[in-house]
Write a protein that binds this ligand. Structure first.
Ligand code: SF4
Length: 281
């Protein structure tokens, strides 16, 4: 049985950076460290952090002292001001790509555009970008979601970093059909795109595809869905103990990929377990 790992798989730059910042905070400080929401959507990492004394809080109001870590999704500036006003030490792990989207939203607003944030309504990253985009800013998920009446004809677009380019293109086309030429700041990050493209290319050739990552991780779940479309034998697992030898009977090529929130050690553990399954008894 041949085992191939997808060219781009596992933790992206922003997640690696957030993990290392929280690690540093947990090692250096004597006081309690909180993350605002789960640091990443990976239950094993979150429980390991808890074991090391890193707690999770839903809001700043729940934290009385110590360090608060802002995760890679970023937050609206009012939340950072609230934490500082309470005397908390803020460790900002907002991914620099997300910060660029914040800057783009602010610039468009300052240039007099009505800002349209293309992204998933209610997602923490989108809420953060929206807060920089001005009072008439709107969130649009797809062309069908465009409001009938726009606040102005001067529309500036900024995009959730993990959006598919096809959604952005479709929204721009729909606006053009209404006679509006939007100013587009394409803030899509390539980490997600690379993971999806290379995983699908591998899944097309594989007999069985194994996707590693939290079941609560949106990007891992999406990766598994895309792989399943081209490889029916796709299994989404959180850790090596879930591998089932029966999945690999007669498999010649097994592909492995992992979501942007899956740390390297979890992928290596699955690779090792798969190699052990493939060895002759
Ligand atoms: S997917 Fe991109 S924007 Fe999101 S955390 Fe990773 S590197 Fe940053």
């Amino acid at each position: 049985m041949k085992i191939i790992r997808s060219k781009y798989a596992g933790a992206c730059y922003g997640v690696e950076r957030a993990l290392s910042l929280v690690d540093e905070a947990a090692n250096l400080t004597e006081t309690v460290v909180h993350t605002l929401g789960p640091l990443i959507h990976n239950p094993q990492v979150v429980s390991e952090l808890k074991r090391r004394g890193v707690e999770e809080a839903a809001t700043v109001a729940e934290i009385d002292e110590g360090v608060v870590v802002i995760r890679s999704h970023g937050v609206e500036p009012a939340i950072i001001r609230q934490a500082e006003a309470k005397g908390l030490q803020v460790v900002d792990a907002t991914c620099p790509h997300v910060s660029k989207a914040h800057q783009a939203a602010r610039e468009l607003r300052e240039l007099g555009y009505s800002v349209m944030v293309v992204g998933e309504r209610g997602h923490p990253e989108v809420e953060g970008i929206h807060a920089y985009a001005g009072s008439d800013a709107m969130v649009v998920q797809d062309p069908g979601d465009l409001p009938e009446v726009l606040p102005s004809d001067k529309i500036g677009i900024v995009v959730q970093t993990t959006q598919a380019a096809s959604v952005l293109d479709a929204i721009v086309e729909a606006l053009r059909a209404r006679g509006i030429e939007p100013e587009v700041r394409n803030t899509i990050c390539f980490a997600t795109k690379q993971r999806q493209q290379t995983a699908v290319e591998l899944a097309e050739r594989a007999d069985v595809m194994v996707v590693v990552g939290g079941r609560n991780s949106g990007n891992t779940t999406r990766l598994a869905q895309l792989c399943r479309e081209v490889c029916a034998q796709t299994h989404h697992i959180e850790n090596a103990s879930e591998l089932n030898a029966e999945w690999f009977v007669d498999a010649e090529l097994v592909g492995i990929t992992a979501g942007a929130s899956t740390p390297e050690n979890q992928i290596i553990a699955v690779e090792k377990a798969l190699k052990a399954l493939g060895e002759p008894v």
